[in-house]
Design a binder for this molecule. Structure first.
Ligand code: ADP
Length: 192
């Protein structure tokens, strides 16, 4: 299996690049943001709980997202690999993911981390908010809160994978195709 984490702050382009990467490399896309929005859409108890946090720009509790990822891994036993997008977002989630993958006799091959300036992030998120229908994208205060959460709780996840030398920084500014090419170059090197 080839398991990859696409990492980066909100608005860094993880969703856009994931869509292209899963097609090229035949990976199963696991986006906790998408999974949570699906639960909200279906008004499940999990979705209703998660919504309270997401509307404020806060992270959803670890046990909720870890449970969701654990079920998703079990639901797709035959895949070539997983692309994790928006997960893990805390050190506890990273530790849980490593254990879950170990049980499946696999591990994270690489973490590709998109680097984008804060000014560009806010600009992109506000622009996305005009069309995405995501209430967390059209409010400046919520966007800033998400970026604060990222620095406080999510940035340490990169340190976790740096210990095993798995983190590659990739420039997340430029055209979608340019960034995609940079990501593919790193993946191809590791697949060969
Ligand atoms: P973005 O990366 O643009 O913020 P996401 O769709 O990944 O968008 O996440 C939207 C919201 O969903 C986050 O602000 C957070 O509240 C919640 N969320 C998504 N993934 C996680 C996670 N792994 N842990 C905790 N909360 C999460």
């Amino acid at each position: 299996m080839f398991n990859l984490i696409l990492f980066g702050p909100p608005g860094s382009g993880k969703g856009t690049q994931s869509e292209k990467l899963i097609v090229k490399y035949h990976l199963k896309h696991l986006s906790t943001g998408d999974l949570l929005r699906y639960e909200i859409h279906n008004q499940t108890p999990l979705g209703l709980e998660a919504k309270n946090f997401m509307d404020k720009g806060q992270l959803v509790p670890d046990e909720v997202v870890i449970g969701m990822i654990s079920s998703a891994l079990e639901a797709h036993p035959e895949v070539k690999g997983f692309l994790f997008d928006g997960f893990p977002r805390t050190s506890a989630q990273a530790e849980a993911l490593d254990k879950l993958l170990e049980l499946k006799k696999t591990s994270i091959a690489v973490m590709l981390a998109l680097e984008v300036s804060e000014e560009e992030l806010v600009k992109r998120l506000l622009k996305r908010g005009e069309t995405s229908g995501r209430s967390d994208d059209n409010n400046d205060t919520v966007i800033r809160a998400r970026i604060v959460e990222y620095h406080k709780k999510t940035a340490p996840v990169a340190d976790h994978y740096k210990k095993s030398d798995k983190v590659i920084m990739v420039k997340g500014e430029g055209s979608v195709d340019e960034i995609f090419a940079s990501l593919c170059k790193e993946i191809d090197q590791r697949l060969s």
